[in-house]
Design a protein around this ligand. Structure first.
Ligand SMILES: [Zn+2]
Length: 193
């Protein structure tokens, strides 16, 4: 397994499918237990990385279909319970074993439990209507940017990682400008007027 991060947890980041999605395997180094995050297309790329890691849960960040194109294959190959936020249960191919709510902690108690903010708040700012964009902005400012600057942020798409501190800096550029109430679509915090 090629590790993307090797510290208090190990993280494998796997680029998958035609939409530049990322699947992740997060592993507790003490116990070799882990979780899978998301099930995009090209599921074999993720399945092949699991090796001897004891997968305790398959976490779906949200119900957009690009994160679910490999759902059947991955959940079929890896016998672990599926977990998703309550708002996204209806978009899954089948009912999950675990329904998450804001503030829930995932991963086993053998690894330091960490507060988990369900990624239902993290719907991609693509092709969304103005109300959905407002929901995203509320989530970004009210949930993500309340975290400490040094918290690492791993994206559902693309190669670039960031931190809360860097995200905060970019978001402040966006909020320092006034925007049309109809603003919608693909938002770039630095470039969008
Ligand atoms: Zn997506």
């Amino acid at each position: 397994m090629t590790l993307h991060y090797d510290g208090e947890v190990k993280i494998a980041k796997i680029n998958m499918g035609p939409y530049d999605n990322n699947g992740y395997i997060v592993i507790c180094p003490d116990t070799n237990e882990g979780i899978i995050i998301d099930t995009p297309a090209e599921p074999e790329k993720l399945i092949n990385e699991v090796g001897d890691v004891q997968i305790k849960a398959i976490l779906i960040t949200h119900k957009h279909q690009d994160h679910l194109l490999g759902f059947a294959e991955i959940t079929g190959a890896i016998g672990a319970p599926v977990a998703v936020h309550a708002n996204d249960v209806d978009g899954l191919p089948r009912a999950p074993e675990t329904v998450l709510n804001d503030g829930d902690t995932i991963l086993s108690a053998t690894c330091k439990p960490r507060p988990f903010t369900p990624p239902a708040i993290l719907r991609e700012p693509l092709a969304t209507c103005p109300e959905a964009l407002q929901q995203i902005l509320n989530s970004v400012s009210g949930k993500l940017l309340t975290l400490p600057d040094e918290v690492a942020v791993y994206a559902g798409h693309g190669a670039v990682d960031t931190t809360i501190g860097e995200a905060r800096r970019r978001y402040q550029v966006f909020t320092s400008k006034s925007h049309s109430p109809d603003l919608c679509g693909d938002i770039d915090w630095l470039e969008t007027e």
